[in-house]
Every structure is written in C-alpha cells, then in structure tokens.
Ligand binder design. Structure first.
Ligand code: PLV
Length: 290
C-alpha cells in the first residue's frame, strides 16, 4: 500500500482549519462585517484570529476551560480577545452565539457552516492537481467540518465512489455513535485527550451528506492516538495533536482496510495545542492500548 500524507499540519496556524475559516472570514469581510466572534476547541479559534489579523478586523474567541494555556497564548499572539467559558466547546459555542448578535458582528463557528466546507474542499482539488486519486481517504472527525469539505470536494469531482475511513477516539465518538444509531446523537460528555475532536454532536447536515458515501468509522483509544503522534514525530519530525493521531493510528495499527488498498490518503489535520512534553505526559498517564 502506498500511503500519501496531506500535510495540513504545515498550514499557517498548524491545521486544515484556515482553508474553510479563511474563506468564510474573507466572504464576511467582503459583505462589510466588522468583528469576528468565534468559539473553538482551539485550532478553529487560532484560524479565525489569524484570518482577522490578515483582514485587519478584530476577533473575539470563546474557548472552553479544557483549552491548554499554550493555545490560549497562541491565539492572543494573533491579537485576538479571549473569553474562557464553559467546560467543553459546546458551552463556549452558546456564549459566542449570544455575543455575536451585536451589530456588524458575525459568528464564525468551528465546523457547521457551508462556506467552511467550501474552503476545506480545496484540499480535494489539490489531489486532482497532483494526479492522485486515492482508493481510500482517512480523516478525523470532530463536528464534521473536515469531513463535509472532503465530501463536497469529492462530489464536485464526481469521485463519490472513494470510501472514507473516519477516525475518532472512544471518548469523542459523536460521529461513529450517530452512524450506529442512524441519527445524530449528542454525547453526554467528552472524555478524551483529543480535545479538538470534542464536539458532543456532529452537524446534522454533515450526517446527511455522509449517507451518500461509503463510510468506515474507526475508533481508537487515547493511548493509540498519542502513541501515533509520538511515532509520527520520530518518523516525520512533526508534532500533531491526538485529534490527528487518531487518523495516523489507522496506519500505525495497520488496519486491514488500509492494507488492502493500493493508494491511501491520510489527512494529517495537524493541531497547534501540543508539545512533545505534553504528548509524553499523556503517554505516561494513559492505560495501555485497548
Ligand atoms: N477542532 C475544532 C473543534 O473542536 C476547533 O475548534 O478547533 N483535527 C484538528 C486538529 C482539529 O482542530 C479539529 C477540529 C478536527 C480535527 C476535527 O474537525 P471537524 O470538527 O471539522 O470535524 C471541538
């Protein structure tokens, strides 16, 4: 199997988020919006802060208390105002929505917005430009924005036969559990070090889009996701979050679906809320692989 890596970790702000969020912010600025309000587990907020600075507009980011201080600092360094509120992203989201009702303000959510999916879909156009038509795509799912973008891109190219392996951790499995239930369900809590996958519920529209595709949901333990990040750092000299480690774990665990494919594309979605020390601490504190 040839494994190709789409290195979204190398984007400005360290994740794929700037594709869709940059596009959404640019469109809003063109329409005369004067202030961006965001909620985020971290990476989406960093992307909004970056886009706001590029566009010369102020940004306020609502973050849950689970956001690591290094991420808060990174967002501050982009010049954004920060409000830390609520235990998980869903709480921060409700507060940000409220705040964005002010005149000329717009709410930029982390994943549930068609403009964001449109921006993310450019990732698939780049595959075509590079002459790569994979026979399996592996990607992580939080609220489903990355998945929606990829599905949108595949539909545009009429590549809808390409199967998708979605990866999550057991404690943030809102998409896999929803597929099982046949309807989007809300998790009672997020229980994973993959904080960036921590949306309690997948976007409804994304769940509906996914029905038109062959989706193979896979779940990994936090330990497997963290181990994959550390292995990846050794192999490719690049740090990524456990949210991304979940996708990498599919390869490091050599899942049969990957071994039977000819050309696999793994989206290395990245994530800035990570240090080598943090990964090592997690690894030391987590129970062995399930
Ligand atoms: N993170 C969102 C949602 O958090 C955020 O606010 O930053 N990989 C990384 C590194 C991410 O940061 C995210 C999303 C995902 C994967 C999942 O993307 P999604 O939400 O579009 O499925 C709660």
């Amino acid at each position: 199997t040839d494994v190709f890596l789409k290195m979204e970790a190398l984007q400005p702000t360290g994740s794929f988020k700037i594709r869709g969020i940059g596009y959404a912010c640019q469109r809003a600025a063109d329409k005369g919006v004067k202030h961006f309000v965001a909620s985020s587990g971290g990476n989406a907020g960093l992307a909004v802060a970056y886009a706001g600075r590029q566009l010369g507009l102020p940004v306020t980011v609502f973050l849950p208390t689970s956001t690591p201080s290094l991420m808060i600092q990174r967002i501050k360094d982009e010049g954004a105002n920060i409000v830390v509120a609520g235990a998980v992203w869903d709480d921060a989201h409700l507060l940000a929505l409220e705040q964005s009702r002010a005149p000329d303000h717009i709410y930029i959510p982390p994943f549930d917005l068609p403009d964001i999916w449109e921006g993310h879909s450019t990732l698939v156009d780049e595959l075509q430009e590079a002459g790569l038509r994979p026979d399996l795509i592996v990607l992580s799912v939080g609220g489903g924005g990355l998945l929606a973008g990829v599905l949108r891109g595949l539909e545009r190219l009429k590549w809808t036969d390409i199967p998708i392996m979605t990866t999550e951790t057991f404690g943030a499995a809102s998409f896999a559990r929803s597929l099982q239930a046949g309807t989007p369900i809300t998790l009672e809590k997020i229980d994973s070090v993959a904080h960036s996958l921590g949306a309690k519920k997948i976007a409804d529209q994304v769940f509906d889009m996914a029905k038109r595709f062959r989706i193979h949901p896979e779940l990994f333990s936090d330990r497997q996701a963290v181990d994959a990040c550390l292995q990846f750092a050794d192999d490719h000299r690049l740090l990524v979050e456990p949210a991304c480690g979940a996708a990498l774990a599919a390869a490091y665990q050599a899942l049969p679906l990957l071994s039977s494919a000819r050309q696999v594309l793994i989206i290395v979605c990245g994530g800035s809320a990570v240090t080598l020390e943090k990964l090592r601490d997690w690894q030391a504190g987590l129970v062995s692989s399930i």
